[in-house]
Write a protein that binds this ligand. Structure first.
Ligand SMILES: *Cc1c(COP(=O)(O)O)cnc(C)c1O
Length: 433
């Protein structure tokens, strides 16, 4: 089966003349899976329509924000009404307080917060506040966790415990990441060793409580509890980066699911309903470090943008009002999909590990249990690439990388699950070695 992508191909070529790789964010270029990326013309519910008129079931949901599905009527109306009142003022509006109240109601560890325009900014600013509050320089992160593209956090791998960071990108001087320690996820001993080696110097531990940016990887029982206990004992802050998991795994994010109270939380994606938003928040005494109350400078021309706040309020209020139906529904849809595809893989004799929780799922093409970045990296990415392309040709658009979580929205139902599993059945039989 082949789909026609003539218009998309033409648009890609045109874009490549002016935009590096033809894209504004690298994964969109499909380099990890090969083939031409479709250009999206429009979307509705669980479906994307491309420039050639092909329709796809969408399993990346704009990389997380679209938990209600695309073009939810209430979200569209809220944005239209806000746009008619004015796109941006650079002065405070009631909407910021309104969304803040909804967030604080849903995420009890957040007493105060500030809105920014992306997850990257949220994390960058949270780290700055953590360093100011503790008066310490070092930060601990985990291999495979993505916290946006700011310099100090673009550290992939520290080989061995407490190794000084190696920049994961050209253009990041070593000096800028010399206070970033990158440890193995799910390894408590590594965290203990880092604190033993840098006693009194570590400002914070930042973690994706459920990793989504290396594919879906769950914390082992007791792991998050250990991070909480160690940071508290050592006077360091625990930052949960819930840009992906916030309002997705539950209204209160991963911290609600695992019942852990971090000092700071970063949010984004869903709280903007598809518009550019991020937020960071936590204990009031920490957040009061921010200017104009405190010495930490942080600002944004478009922070708390009225359109973005309107989309966020519409999305988050729906989640609050319908929490009893939406979260169980998307979890059940995801469960059926996760197990259904894993079963088809088994029938086809293909080794797959499926990790899922709530509405996040990843099928790793490996026989190893995936608990950290190293085990995720044992995946057969070439086979994943073939799987991805063949699924796309059957109208199923999965995230175009083995190391990204797939998302299910409230607009996905049994019809989409059945179609997806039927497509996977054919595809998996076709990509056996
Ligand atoms: C997406 C993401 C970010 C970065 O957010 P942007 O809005 O893309 O800057 C940070 N942390 C996590 C966990 C994310 O999933």
């Amino acid at each position: 089966m082949t789909i026609r992508l003539d218009k998309s191909r033409e648009l890609q070529r045109r874009a490549e003349r002016l935009l590096p790789g033809g894209v504004d964010s690298p994964v969109r270029a499909f380099r990890a899976v090969g083939g031409d990326p479709p250009f999206v013309a429009s979307a509705k519910g669980a479906y994307l329509t491309d420039a050639d008129g092909n329709r796809y079931i969408d399993y990346f949901g704009s990389w997380g924000p679209m938990i209600l599905g695309h073009c939810d009527d209430e979200v569209v109306r809220a944005v239209q009404e806000a746009a008619a009142r004015g796109a941006s003022f650079g002065a405070s509006t009631a909407a910021e307080g309104e969304l803040a109240e909804l967030v604080v109601q849903a995420v009890p560890s957040i007493e105060k917060l500030r809105f920014v325009s992306s997850g990257t900014e949220a994390v960058m600013s949270a780290i700055r506040v953590a360093r100011a509050f503790t008066g310490r320089k070092f930060i601990v992160k985990f291999e495979g966790c993505y916290h946006g593209h700011s310099d100090a956090l673009l550290v992939k791998a520290g080989s061995g415990v407490a190794t000084f960071g190696i920049p994961g990108s050209a253009g990041v001087p070593e000096e800028v990441v010399q206070h970033t320690l990158a440890l193995t996820f799910n390894d408590v001993a590594a965290v203990e060793e880092a604190f033993a080696k840098h006693r009194g110097e570590i400002a914070c531990v930042i973690v994706e409580p459920v990793v989504g940016n290396a594919g879906t990887i769950l914390p082992e029982p007791g792991y998050l509890e250990a991070l909480r206990a160690i940071t508290e004992r050592e006077g360091a802050l625990l930052i949960f980066d819930e840009v992906m998991t916030g309002f997705r795994l539950a209204l209160g994010g991963a911290q609600e699911v695992f019942n852990i109270k971090p000092d700071l939380t970063t949010l984004g994606k869903i709280i903007g309903g598809g518009l550019p938003v991020g937020a960071f928040g936590g204990r009031a005494e920490i957040m009061d470090q921010l200017a104009p109350l405190g010495p930490v400078y942080q600002a944004g021309t478009l922070s708390g943008n009225p359109l973005a706040m309107a989309a966020g309020i519409a999305t988050v209020s729906r989640l609050i009002h319908e929490r009893e139906t939406i979260y169980p529904k998307i979890a059940e849809t995801t469960r059926q999909l996760a197990i259904g595809i894993a079963q088809e893989a088994k029938n086809a004799g293909i080794e797959i590990q499926v990790n899922w929780i709530g509405s996040m799922v990843t099928w790793f093409f490996t026989r190893e249990r995936v608990t950290d970045f190293a085990s995720a990296a044992t995946s057969d990415t070439a086979k994943f690439g073939r799987f991805h392309r063949a699924m796309l040709e059957r109208g199923v658009w999965l995230p175009p990388s083995q190391f990204e979580a797939a998302f299910v929205s409230a607009a996905h139902g049994e019809i989409e699950v059945e179609k997806t599993i039927a497509a996977a059945r054919e595809v998996l039989l076709g990509i056996r070695d």
